[in-house]
Design a protein around this ligand. Structure first.
Ligand code: NAD
Ligand code: ZN
Length: 367
C-alpha cells in the first residue's frame, strides 16, 4: 500500500486527515483510532453493501475481540432526521457502547452529519471517525467538526460542533460514486481555488479531464489541497465566528436556489447542492464584477472551468429574482444593513462584504 497523503487540522481538537486508495482495508490505520472495545459503523443502504464489510474485517483483524455492529440508514438527505438520529442512538445502546466507544461514519455528508451528531450526544460525546465516500464529504463535510440533522422547519437546525478523532478518505470508493455526485463535489473543490488560491485554479484547469476520468492521483491531490485550505480556516475559526464564513462563497445564492426548488436535487428535477453552489459562485462573481470589485475576465474564467467540469453556470428557468432575494435575506448570513455576502476581488481573493444593496443583487439575478 502506498503511503497516504495527510493533512493535519490544528487547534484545540487536532486530528489528521489521511487520503489515499484502499485505506478502508488499512486495519492499522483504522485501529489506531480505537480507544475501547466497542465500535459502530454507520452507513447508508448504497454504501454499506459496497464497503462496510471491508471496514469491519479490517478492524476485527487489527483488534480481535472488538464488539462491532452496523447501523444502516436509507439513503438521501430526507433521512437526516431526528427520528433516524434516535435510531442510531438505539443502535449504540444495543451495542452496549460505553464512553470509550467509537462511531465510524462511512458514507457521504448525510451519514457523516448524522453519525457525528449521534457521537456528539451519546454519553455527552464519544469519538467519531469520518470515513467519507463522496467527494463532497472528503473535501468538505467530514472536515471541520460541524454535525447536524434537519427539522421540517429547515436544514441543519439541530447539531453540534464535534470534531472527528480522524478522517480517513479512501479515494478508491469514489469509483462507484454516481457521476452527478462527483461533479457536485468538484464544485466545492473549485470553490477553494476561487476564494483562496489562483494557482490552485490553474492546476484545476490543467487537471479537469483527469479529475472527471477519476484519475486516483489527481483526485487525491485535489482532496488533499482542498482539505488543507479548509483545515487552515477551521483551525483559525473553529466555531464559525469570523473568517470561516469565507467558505460560504456561492452558498447564499446556492441555498436560495435549493430552497426555492424545495431540495429536489436528489429526486432528479432540481439542482443538487454542488450544482446550486456552482451557479451561486458564478452569480457571486458576476455581482463582484457589477460592483466594480473584480475584473470580468476572472468571472469568465470561473464560468468556463465550471462548465468544463459539467456543472451548471446559469440560473434554472422559473426562479424569480424577488423570491430568491427574499430567501437570501432569511439566510443566516444577512444583517440589518443589507445582504452580507462573500464576494471576490478576482480569482483567489474573496472577502466578506456586509450591507450589499438588494437592487444590485436583483439586477444580477435578472440578467
Ligand atoms: P449524500 O451523503 O446524500 O451522498 C450522495 C449519494 O451518494 C447518496 O445516495 C449516497 O448513498 C451515495 N454514495 C455515497 N458514497 C458513495 C459511493 N462511494 N459509491 C456509490 N454511492 C455513494 O450527500 P453528500 O453530497 O455526500 O452530502 C450532503 C450532506 O452533507 C448534506 O446533508 C449537507 O448538509 C452536508 N454537509 C455538511 C457539511 C458540514 O460541514 N458538516 C458541509 C457540507 C455539506
Ligand atoms: Zn457546500
Amino acid at each position: 500500500m502506498t503511503s497516504p497523503l495527510s493533512v493535519d487540522v490544528g487547534g484545540n481538537a487536532a486530528y489528521r486527515i489521511s487520503i489515499g486508495p484502499d485505506l478502508r482495508h488499512d486495519g492499522t490505520l483504522l485501529a489506531h483510532t480505537l480507544r475501547g472495545r466497542h465500535a459502530l459503523v454507520v452507513s447508508d443502504a448504497h454504501v454499506e453493501p459496497l464497503y462496510a464489510t471491508d471496514v469491519v474485517d479490517a478492524l476485527h483483524a487489527a483488534k480481535p475481540g472488538l464488539s462491532i455492529d452496523r447501523f444502516v440508514l436509507p439513503p438521501g438527505e430526507h433521512e437526516k432526521t431526528l427520528a433516524r438520529f434516535g435510531e442510531c442512538l438505539d443502535a449504540l445502546a444495543r451495542l452496549g457502547a460505553t464512553r470509550d466507544a467509537t462511531v465510524y461514519a462511512l458514507g457521504g455528508g448525510v451519514v457523516g452529519d448524522l453519525a457525528g451528531f449521534a457521537a456528539a450526544c451519546w454519553m455527552r460525546g464519544i469519538d467519531v471517525v469520518q470515513l467519507p465516500t463522496t467527494l463532497l464529504a472528503m473535501v468538505d463535510s467530514s472536515v471541520g467538526g460541524k454535525t447536524a440533522v434537519d427539522l421540517p422547519a429547515g436544514k441543519n437546525l439541530v447539531g453540534a460542533f464535534h470534531p472527528p478523532r480522524a478522517v480517513i478518505a479512501d479515494t478508491a470508493t469514489l469509483r462507484t460514486l454516481p457521476e452527478r455526485e462527483l461533479r457536485a463535489g468538484l464544485a466545492e473543490v473549485v470553490k477553494y481555488g476561487a476564494i483562496f488560491d489562483i494557482a490552485f485554479l490553474d492546476w484545476l484547469e490543467q487537471q479537469a479531464e483527469a479529475l472527471l476520468a477519476r484519475d486516483d492521483a489527481a483526485l487525491a491531490e485535489a482532496i488533499a489541497r482542498s482539505c488543507a485550505y479548509k483545515a487552515g480556516v477551521v483551525a483559525r475559526d473553529p466555531f464559525e465566528r469570523g473568517d470561516r464564513a469565507m467558505l460560504n462563497f456561492g452558498h447564499t445564492f446556492g441555498h436560495a436556489i435549493e430552497t426555492e426548488q424545495g431540495y429536489t436535487g436528489t429526486l432528479g428535477d432540481g439542482l443538487n447542492h454542488g450544482e446550486a453552489v456552482s451557479v451561486g459562485m458564478v452569480l457571486a462573481a458576476r455581482l463582484s464584477t457589477a460592483l466594480g470589485l473584480a475584473p470580468q475576465v476572472d468571472e469568465d474564467r470561473l464560468c468556463v472551468l465550471l462548465a468544463r467540469l459539467g456543472l451548471p453556470v446559469t440560473l434554472p428557468h422559473g426562479l424569480e429574482p424577488h423570491a430568491l432575494v427574499a430567501r437570501m435575506r432569511l439566510d443566516k448570513k444577512a444583517d440589518a444593513q443589507g445582504l452580507r455576502l462573500i464576494l471576490w476581488e478576482g480569482a483567489g481573493e474573496a472577502r466578506i462584504v456586509p450591507g450589499v444593496d438588494e437592487d444590485a443583487v436583483r439586477a444580477v439575478l435578472a440578467a
